[in-house]
Design a protein around this ligand. Sequence first.
Ligand code: PLP
Length: 398
Amino acid sequence: MNSQQWIEKSDKYIMKTYGRYPIVPIRGKGCTLWDVDGNEFLDFLGGVAVNNLGHCHPRVVAALQKQAAELLHCSNYYQIPQQIELAELLCSHSFADKAFFCNSGAEANEAAIKLARKYSREKFGADRYEIITAADSFHGRTMATVSATGQEKVQRFFDPLLHGFTHVPFNDVAAMEAAVTPASCAIMLEPIQGEGGVNVPSADYFREIRRICDKHNLLLIFDEVQVGMGRTGTLFAYEHFDVVPDIMTLAKALAGGAPIGAMLARDEVASAFTPGTHGSTFGGNPLVCAAAVATVRTILEEGILNHTEEIGEYLVGELEALGKKYSFVKEVRGIGLMIGMGLTIPAGDIVKKGHERGVLLNVVHDTVLRFVPPLVVTKQEINRMIAILDGIFAEIEV
Ligand SMILES: Cc1ncc(COP(=O)(O)O)c(C=O)c1O
């Protein structure tokens, strides 16, 4: 079947939850995707910050193939060596002591919300349940994470939302301080907002947030679903901000493209989860954990973090140089390969033209081009993308 035939079948059978582009990828390697008609695309979206090691990284593929032949799934009623190994890897490279595994970013945040509430009610009383999050944040599509998300377009149609979430402007310490009430139990933030427009906070923002948490005995939850796993040039984004959270959530890139979520916490906080208080049938199963162990080891052992820092600076430099030529480019911002280019015009048509010319681009918040390519992207691939973007920009009349 060709693209058109797949699209017709999709229209017939798939619910319309996504505004899908007319591209049908069937094969990937590194930063390149091929569609069913044989077209080649340079991938600067990386499955939305999932394919950090590029498509079909050989170590991830080998781990999946080996594990699939040995044991695909086994219940969390039993001990799972691949899960234990993954937990040890993540804890030994972060602030955390314990891990819980699930299947997505939203589920990881659900787990964090439940843990924060249970810990706080047991330690401080049943009236401590409120979680403060940021305007323009994105935490997922389940009811609790939709309630935590600070975007009306995500919440619309789903009233009544879950009680106990307050939203304040991101990067505004005074607003955060003013939002704390005797009912507050946690502050939940993305270190860099992704879906909200690649918003990087000022250097001391998180130090101030940590101070507020310590003053009021609030838990600090970092949602690193998008920015974790090397995306910013460190394994976890919080390492850039001179603070440690109490709870951190991961998903997306953790298993190199296999579906996984994780929630990590300090021992004292983690101990609030006791048998029967939370769980997941598939969470942390042997297959996905084998892929995640291979992914984390590859990131740590193959110089991926240094490369991300260097190549991220190169991409920012090239985007800034391009931006100087066009009045509709406002700014380039980001850390590592978590990069946004703010425009004064909507970016939807730019993305479509990118597809026609063989590059997968992405727009968030209507006017921000977001660049989250695989961390293994090369200078040559960046140069090709920049040349295509330059050609598209040159045709824009403002
Ligand atoms: C920061 C952040 N948190 C949570 C999520 C939800 O993750 P998932 O789609 O895996 O449920 C996303 C997804 O984009 C995200 O960017």
